[in-house]
Design a binder for this molecule. Sequence first.
Ligand code: MG
Ligand code: MG
Length: 256
Amino acid sequence: MISRKSPREIAFMREAGRIVALAHEAVKEAVRVGISTARIDAIVEATIRAHGATPSFKGYGGFPASACTSLNEEIIHGIPAKTRRLAEGDILKVDIGAEYKGYHGDSAWTYPVGAIPEATRKLLEVTREALFEGVRHAVPGNRLQDISHAVQSHVEKHRFSVVRDFVGHGIGKRLHEAPEVPNFGEAGKGPILKPGMTLAIEPMVNAGTHETKILDDGWTAVTADSSLSAHYEHTVLITEKGYELLTVLEGGDRHG
Ligand code: MG
Ligand code: MG
């Protein structure tokens, strides 16, 4: 069962999403050589709370922080730490969730630290493009895997690989709801998308193998071959005629 949100619920999700976007704005300002991932996490938490929301991730399944901060070969679920400091050429994935009046927004972005090599820049660009290829297919009447297929095709055209072990998801009253939204699949398969559905679309793209492993901390997912990984995510509402990005600032993207 994929829940369809009422106008009232959508209003709460828009606000949750806006707060997540504000937290990302604060991160963008803060990312620089020498800052610790714990400091980034503190900035995220303060921004979320300053707007009357709570961090969705803190305590979720026992996760100890408000943001997931994953560096370089780390894919997702990196734990912020005072001892992890950003260095020139790093890429930092920051994943942020906020709960506002019982509804969640979820968005991830990959931030370059200082100057990054051209091959790394390309990985980020292709992953970001893949997110928007997926989003473009999140319209009523399409099937769920039209999104998956669009993401996968774009990534593989550029000879990168999509992570299979972690996927996007429905979102609303709970951070993770049905359905799963894989970043790989066959066009024309899966449930039909309908207005009021809200999905977190989130390609995780590796420069090398798609295979992953989990570090001893029990959380951090890394690429099995230590290649770089990028991650971009938006929470998206299916509208009557198209889609609306929810994890953006006011006046953000709306199509159809
Ligand atoms: Mg996320
Ligand atoms: Mg998510």
